[in-house]
Design a protein around this ligand. Structure first.
Ligand SMILES: Cc1cc2nc3c(=O)[nH]c(=O)nc-3n(C[C@H](O)[C@H](O)[C@H](O)COP(=O)(O)OP(=O)(O)OC[C@H]3O[C@@H](n4cnc5c(N)ncnc54)[C@H](O)[C@@H]3O)c2cc1C
Length: 438
């Protein structure tokens, strides 16, 4: 007999917090479990929930971008991640970046004050069988619970590598060598840009591709997610690959030379005080000593202190297609839902958004009501559709992007116009469906 007076949410990350908040907003009690602070994954450092383990950016704000659409949809669904992000925003040009400590603290306070949510700090090692439960334990799900999930799915779990970028403290950046600007002047001078000429880039490049990396033995045989490719792996693809990727100089005018530099390393503020900066797109698996040496080859960062090294980590996700339905519910165990990165979505916002979707529908299940079917025209609906309905042989995690949305009825050749139409369609569809979610 399934208990129907509360819902468990396992994992108080981005997805779990959204799910708990969504459930509580319907007046239903939630037990929100997290193994922090007594036990932590290799990437989690903070005692607070909804921790951003790497970049502090939620990507572009503009609804001309897939990520911007996702933000608008989440706002319509009363996302606490969005609420906290805008309150704790730090300057980042056209992107939405946050002070990560304040961001998590804000969410912690909201959860703590909510009488319907009980935050329980312990590792969950068994999947409750007679209770309604959402598993949102993320890419670094603890080993004991991951083993239970493997037993449940009846298939091998899938692993691949992901990587995080280093963070440096601001005080030892040489501001005489860098310049502040946003690409094409969008936003204010939100980024610190470390410009390189051809010789500097060559020296940097040669060091990077020959530098020593940390051992990846325990993950042998698994692939690296393209969207989070370490710089050294990218660099080995060719001399210019980085100049067309994270080190691209286009739209950045170096005032010292009056033109775009040959290559650039961009730094984005980590907090409101601007005391720490992360190296944008510089996720890496280089040994810590090598990361330090690499910085000495970046103009302006020669003496910079690394406050958090780049790391590579495991990413755990289930083989969702066929196992979950579009409501993120386990087909053969309807009292169980999954949310967040573990479902095979990729990214902070994508994870958080599926938390809202699972939260809403777990309540529907509790009340024996019809599920809310988020239309495929919406970014969240199409993400849920992707993870549950992918038909190919090689299921890979998915970011929000225009490719997963259904095409428009009328073909529009102009890319910008097409995206605008898709964006309006998504937001409109979300507004309409949100009327049903009361
Ligand atoms: C190192 C790293 C870097 C990343 N960098 C980025 C990035 O820069 N940008 C981006 O968009 N995405 C990034 N991601 C991917 C992804 O967006 C984040 O992992 C995101 O936090 C996933 O959200 P989630 O809620 O699914 O999981 P999480 O935010 O990881 O939350 C899961 C929670 O579950 C808890 N937990 C785990 N097991 C148990 C258990 N058995 N019992 C109780 N609690 C448990 C954990 O302590 C954690 O608090 C990164 C991932 C990693 C691991």
């Amino acid at each position: 007999m399934i208990k129907r007076n509360y819902i468990n949410v396992i994992g108080a990350g981005l997805a779990g917090c959204e799910a708990a908040f969504a459930i509580a907003s319907f007046g239903i009690k939630v037990k929100l479990f997290d193994m922090k602070p007594t036990q932590r994954s290799a990437a989690h450092k903070s005692d607070y929930p909804a921790e951003l383990v790497c970049s502090n950016s939620f990507k572009a704000k503009s609804t001309g971008n897939a990520s911007g659409i996702l933000k608008e949809e989440m706002k319509i669904l009363s996302s606490i991640v969005m609420e906290s992000a805008y309150i704790n925003e730090v300057p980042a040009g056209g992107a939405l970046a946050v002070d990560r400590a304040q961001f998590s603290k804000y969410i912690f306070n909201i959860i703590n004050k909510n009488k319907k949510i009980e935050l329980v700090n312990r590792e969950v090692t068994e999947i409750p069988s007679e209770e309604i439960t959402i598993i949102a334990t993320g890419p670094l799900t603890s080993k004991r619970l991951a083993d239970r999930i493997i037993e449940l799915t009846g298939r091998d779990n899938l692993y691949f590598f992901d990587a995080a970028a280093p963070v440096v403290s601001a005080d030892l950046i040489n501001f005489n060598k860098v310049f502040k600007a946003s690409r094409y002047g969008k936003g204010s001078d939100d980024y610190i840009n470390c410009p390189m000429d051809r010789n500097q880039y060559s020296e940097f490049y040669n060091f990077l591709i020959n530098a020593e990396t940390s051992s990846l033995r325990k993950f042998e045989g698994v692939s690296i997610f393209e969207g989070c490719m370490p710089v050294e792996v990218m660099g080995k693809r060719g001399f210019d690959t980085l100049r067309f990727g994270p080190m691209k100089p286009v739209g950045l005018l170096d005032p010292a030379i009056g033109k775009e530099p040959f290559a650039v390393v961009q730094l984005r503020s980590e907090n409101k005080e601007n005391s720490m900066y992360n190296l944008v797109g510089f996720q890496t698996n280089l040994k810590f000593g090598e990361q330090k040496k690499l910085l000495t080859l970046i103009p302006g960062l020669e003496k910079a202190e690394i406050v958090r090294h780049g790391v590579m980590h495991r990413n755990t996700y289930i083989n969702s297609p066929g196992f979950l339905n579009k409501f993120l519910q386990v087909k053969e165990k309807p009292n169980l839902f999954f949310a967040g990165q573990i479902t095979g979505v990729e990214g902070y916002l994508e994870s958080a958004a599926t938390g809202i979707a699972a939260g809403i529908n777990s309540v529907r299940y509790l009340k024996s009501e019809k599920f809310i079917d988020l239309p495929n025209e919406t970014m969240i609906g199409s993400l849920c559709n992707y993870v549950s309905g992918y038909c190919g042989k090689n299921f890979q995690p998915m970011n929000a992007n225009f490719g997963i949305l259904p095409p428009l009825e009328k073909i529009i050749k102009n890319k910008k116009e097409r995206k605008t139409k898709m964006s309006c369609r998504a937001i409109e569809a979300m507004k309409v469906i949100s009327e049903e979610i009361i």
